[in-house]
Design a protein around this ligand. Structure first.
Ligand code: PEP
Length: 247
């Protein structure tokens, strides 16, 4: 069975004091042991947030695929691990669109994480014009085939996928539960086609895009939605804990 996961992507928000207060508040309020909670603070704060994590899985929003060297401004998997980080996002739409990360680069990151035995959430999702053209399934399938589905079955079964329609991220415009379920079911069926049923059932598929304490219950009740990757609503402990409690 796929794990239930609620993950907070803090993006470039909060200072160190706010970050520590947020993880402490979530720890105080959250009583759900059946839900894996993850936090992705700015890389600078991973050590401090991990020190307070108390079971929350802490990681970075990005990393570079090389082990070390002259890559100014980047962080490597081993460095993330050395401060208590256990996981990273790969291919968030903001990395793809603002920083120009290509499928080829994301594939190198996926391979680096797998060979280091480092967990990751692979993000995918279509922009508005693709949704309007009705070709979102082909688009998302191509993203997965380009950077993820080359992995062997043993690696893919540990992967978490986040489906995040770009038009829903930070816009307050959530996908309906029908739209989310339709894409999540399609993603699971492609895993069956590329691997097998058993593998597909182990992969957690998260929804992301203006998910909040008011709509999480309906989204999480969809059979193929195993949780959420949460941006804005992960910055407030009450809202984030209410989302965790929506299962
Ligand atoms: C995200 O950035 O991954 C995200 C889902 O953001 P928001 O919840 O703010 O739409």
């Amino acid at each position: 069975m796929a794990q239930k996961i609620v993950a907070g992507n803090w993006k470039m928000n909060l200072n160190l004091n706010d970050a520590k207060a947020l993880v402490q508040n979530v720890n105080q309020q959250n009583k759900r042991e059946d839900v894996t909670v993850m936090m992705f603070p700015p890389a600078l704060f991973v050590a401090d947030v991990a020190a307070e994590s108390n079971g929350i899985k802490v990681g970075t929003q990005n990393f570079y695929f090389e082990e070390k060297g002259a890559f100014t401004g980047e962080v490597a998997i081993d460095q993330i691990r050395s401060v208590g980080g256990e996981i990273a996002l790969i291919g968030h739409s903001e990395r793809r669109s603002i920083f120009g990360e290509s499928d080829a680069l994301l594939k190198q990151k996926v391979d680096a994480a797998v060979s280091a035995g480092f967990d990751f959430i692979f993000c995918c999702g279509e922009p508005l014009e693709i949704r309007e053209a009705g070709t979102q399934e082909e688009y998302v399938k191509a993203q997965l085939e380009a950077a993820l589905f080359h992995l062997p079955k043993e690696a893919v079964q540990d992967v978490v996928i986040a489906y995040e329609p770009v038009w829903a991220i930070g816009t307050g415009k959530t996908a309906t539960s029908d739209q989310a379920e339709e894409m999540h079911a399609a993603i699971r069926s492609w895993i069956v086609d590329s691997y097998d049923q058993d593998t597909a059932e182990k992969v957690s598929i998260l929804y992301g895009g203006s998910c909040n304490e008011n709509n999480a219950k309906e989204l999480f009740s969809c059979p193929n939605v195993d949780g959420g990757l949460i941006g804005g609503a992960s910055l407030k402990a009450d809202a984030f804990c209410a989302i965790i409690d929506s299962f």
